[in-house]
Design a protein. Structure first.
Length: 275
């Protein structure tokens, strides 16, 4: 993996799985915000385009002990990003302003090495030219470029919203980065000044977004010292920026995608289902 870079600002998420109902509002908001064209055949999961997918988790127990949970999975924004390590044209890199892993579409040659390297399956290859039904093209987000076929796409934490938030500060004559009492440079964008579309659309408030390095931000308060917080496949050491929270032990254990087999006590892989 590439050398890990530490930044003063680290944009991240805290997703409370005990609040998530699997409604899919975050998926719809992500598609609308980032100009993802509707697929002609959305049943083809090998070629469907969703930057954020909600997975269904189960404790695999019979009634009345059966429980279900739903897990929204955007790009995990790894600090130790496997995708950038294998990209031959530097089409993906970790942005210094917040540690967001970007995807530079004009550079992408569609080799899909990054897709093979991503342990979270959070990257998608665009097999088709984007086509919108007549009239729907008028609702496109002007700050997000549409992508041609033949490139890899991914969640960007709605980076264009971050750019607009910074422009608002500059327009008022302010400084985007200010030195705090800890003598470190912190982003002057307020917590509610930059919110991803999925977090904004969540009806239950299950998705919280902000600066993980800022102790005043809600997302930082939720994950710091919280024994119920975990990250997906944390044993890989990718140091992701997306934290999940659940008071249910079986949900936290599935974060590493295995549970011990009842007979052999050896790890048994559990694959979640797309919801």
């Amino acid at each position: 993996m590439s050398a890990k870079k530490e930044f003063n600002v680290k944009w991240g998420m805290a997703i409370d799985l005990d609040k998530c109902t699997g409604c899919g509002a975050c998926m719809v908001a992500c598609q609308a915000e980032n100009n993802l064209a509707p697929q002609a055949d959305a049943s083809n999961k090998l070629r469907v385009m969703n930057w954020l997918v909600v997975f269904e988790l189960s404790n695999n127990k019979a009634f009345p002990d059966h429980e279900t949970a739903y897990l929204p999975r955007p790009c995990q924004q790894c600090a130790e990003q496997p995708c950038a390590t294998v990209c031959p044209v530097v089409a993906t890199e970790r942005n210094e302003e917040g540690g967001i892993v970007s995807q530079i579409y004009p550079r992408c040659i569609g080799c899909r090495y990054c897709m093979a390297a991503c342990p979270y399956h959070a990257r998608y290859f665009n097999w088709f030219d984007p086509i919108w039904p007549k009239g729907m093209e008028k609702s496109l987000t002007p700050d997000v470029s549409t992508r041609p076929r033949g490139v890899v796409e991914k969640c960007s934490f709605c980076h264009h919203r971050f750019m607009k938030a910074k422009d608002k500060i500059r327009a008022k004559g302010g400084e985007v980065y200010v030195r705090g009492v800890d003598n470190k440079m912190h982003c002057a964008v307020p917590e509610d000044g930059y919110v991803t579309s999925c977090a904004e659309a969540c009806p239950n408030g299950a998705i919280v977004f902000g600066d993980l390095n800022n102790p005043d931000h809600t997302v930082s308060k939720l994950v710091r010292g919280n024994a119920d917080a975990f990250r997906l496949l944390e044993r890989l050491g990718t140091d992701t920026a997306v934290y999940y929270i659940s008071k249910r032990e079986w949900v936290r254990r599935l974060g590493d995608n295995y549970v011990p087999d009842e007979e052999t006590q050896k790890p048994r892989q559990i694959l979640p289902k797309k919801h």
